[in-house]
Design a protein around this ligand. Structure first.
Ligand code: AMP
Ligand code: MG
Length: 539
């Protein structure tokens, strides 16, 4: 049975080894932690899990790869996607990259707990399969290359939640328990515990990061830098190639990375996502969200908030800091690829576009979040006043915007008072002081005036406004406490909640009456609970 299913898996997943064939690799077979020179990757062997058990998979990603649902439910699937069993054509490898961590050059990092299995050719599109948590590689430094269940559940669910929110991201195919225990000191406070180990299979068109280029630039490995850049452009940015790849191609390429990154950051800000560790090794060259570690979702609107305890002092990667950090990271990439262009001006011009693109997207998003057909300059004040107001009393960002759609423009005829704003009341975590109530009523008055003007000028009805708002203001996000509850059940062997969240988060903008309770604000007990409001990098 196992053998037959393995054969079928191999037939369904035509593996090509494009990346490793196109680029120089380290084939020494030495799997000790070390500096790897002259290579984009090292051969690596996934660790054999002792009792692999698949506990969740995503039918959409399976379909993307041409994998039947039936095969996803086989023992063979658990074996392959835990790394225990390789399919015949797989030549696993770990990628070499470096990065700036918390503002400082950190040298070589690389895939310390990720092993790529190769690309699947699905109708001409190449999808790289990557196992996260499948054991040590030459890039593991002092760590074990493993991942615990809690961080794997978080990565698995959030990748898919992001995708369904319409935000570029790496995908997740599967969540497999390894049957092995992993020791972790969750808060680095001398209390290590044994936790269940798990492996997530991530899927993306490329796992190349900003840090993949930085490492070669820092080491002066220019030939390798050029090879990787050319390969990335040919594979992932083919529309930029007109004949030979030359200096202008690199400039256009960088320009597009800048644009994509600006859009990505605007997307995160729109939905209240905080990545938590925006180091340059965690920035995808495709402008996708990558590496879900101590991320979190804003509950009370607070630009200063970060879920990452490791960053609690500096708050370098807090919600409000993210757009600027995106630019900071792009400057590091510009420096890294400078040797390909040898002129600062075109790179500086491209970088200057970041703030423009971000501001345009942000304005358009804010207009849509408020239901206006277009953004007008004077909306800036309305938006700023709202954001100030949201911070005065702890206000749930997701619920506030979602429910603002339920405030009717018909209120305009009356003297707006707090009771009229009942749909917004559930967004508050605290009693709202009279002063804030008054200011909110005054703001809604201005908001509805602007709404009426927008509707009239467009010949729209309120139905159009509501539809526009609901298309950009999600009702369901992966609230930190929801993920934590699913994790706690999973740790008891019950994956019902993980699968329920996966299902629910497939349609985050839809009303799903059966899941109404998942749209509720964070319960009070979760305010200071580990995993719900505080996370560490340890995984
Ligand atoms: P991160 O900031 O979590 O993306 O990880 C930074 C670096 O640490 C990367 O090179 C990871 O591969 C490596 N790393 C993180 N956790 C582990 C682990 N458990 N074992 C080996 N390497 C790890
Ligand atoms: Mg990383």
């Amino acid at each position: 049975m196992l053998d037959r299913d393995l054969q079928q898996l191999a037939q369904s997943l035509p593996i090509v080894n494009r990346f490793i064939q196109a680029l120089p690799g380290d084939h020494s077979g030495d799997d000790s932690s070390r500096q790897v020179f002259g290579a984009c990757y090292s051969d690596a062997t996934p660790r054999a899990a002792s009792a692999p058990l698949s506990v969740a998979y995503t039918p959409e990603v399976a379909q993307l790869l041409g994998l039947s649902q039936q095969l996803c439910q086989t023992e063979a699937f658990s074996h392959v996607f835990s790394g225990k069993q390789l399919l015949p054509d797989m030549q696993p490898y770990a990628m070499c990259y470096g990065g700036h961590q918390f503002g400082h050059w950190a040298g070589q990092l690389g895939d310390g707990r990720a092993i790529n299995l190769g690309e699947v050719n699905a109708g001409g599109e190449l999808w790289t399969l990557q196992l996260k948590g499948a054991g040590r590689t030459p890039y593991s430094r002092h760590a074990d290359g493993l991942a615990v269940l809690r961080s794997s559940v978080r990565e698995f669910l959030c990748s898919e939640a992001m995708h369904h929110l319409g935000i570029p991201t790496t995908r997740a195919l599967s969540l497999v328990l390894t049957g092995d225990k992993v020791t972790r000191d969750m808060f680095y406070d001398g209390h290590p515990q044994q936790e269940p180990g798990a492996v997530v299979c991530r899927v993306a068109r490329s796992f190349v990061r900003f840090g993949s280029f930085e490492i070669f630039a820092q080491r002066g490995e220019q030939a390798l830098l050029k090879k990787l850049a050319d390969d990335t452009i040919e594979q992932n940015y083919p529309h930029l190639v007109e004949g030979q790849i030359d200096r202008d191609t690199y400039v256009r390429w960088f320009g597009e990375i800048v644009e994509r990154s600006a859009h990505l950051l605007a997307d995160w800000m729109r939905v209240g996502f905080v990545h938590g560790v925006m180091n340059t090794d965690n920035m995808s060259i495709l402008g996708e969200t990558i590496d879900y570690g101590p991320y979190g979702w804003l509950e009370g609107y607070d630009p200063n908030w970060t879920p990452n305890t490791t960053d609690a002092q500096g708050r370098r990667y807090s919600f409000g800091a993210q757009p600027n950090i995106g630019l900071w990271n792009l400057v590091r990439l510009a420096n890294a690829i400078y040797p390909l262009i040898e002129e600062a001006q075109p790179l500086e011009e491209a970088l200057a576009r970041y703030s423009e693109v971000f501001a345009q997207r942000r304005s358009a998003d804010m207009a849509a979040k408020l239901g206006f057909a277009h953004y007008k300059d004077k909306d800036g004040e309305l938006v700023e006043d709202l954001l100030r107001l949201l911070q005065q009393t702890e206000t749930d960002m997701t619920i506030f915007y979602r429910n603002l759609a339920n405030i009717s423009p018909q209120l305009l005829g009356s003297d707006i008072c707090w009771e009229h704003l009942a749909p917004l009341h559930e967004a508050y975590y605290q009693a709202v002081p009279d002063e804030v109530r008054e200011q909110t009523c005054a703001w809604v008055q201005r908001y509805l005036q602007r709404t009426e003007q927008s509707l009239q000028s467009q010949g729209e009805s309120d139905v159009d406004r509501v539809a526009r708002m609901k298309a950009v203001n999600p009702k369901y996000v992966l609230r930190n406490y929801l993920a934590q509850q699913a994790i706690e059940q999973a740790e008891q062997g019950d994956f019902g909640e993980v699968n329920r969240l996966l299902q629910l988060l497939r349609a985050p903008y839809d009303e799903q009456p059966e899941y109404e309770r998942y749209a509720a604000k964070r319960p009070e007990w979760a305010r200071v609970k580990a995993g719900c409001s505080m996370l560490s990098c340890s995984s």
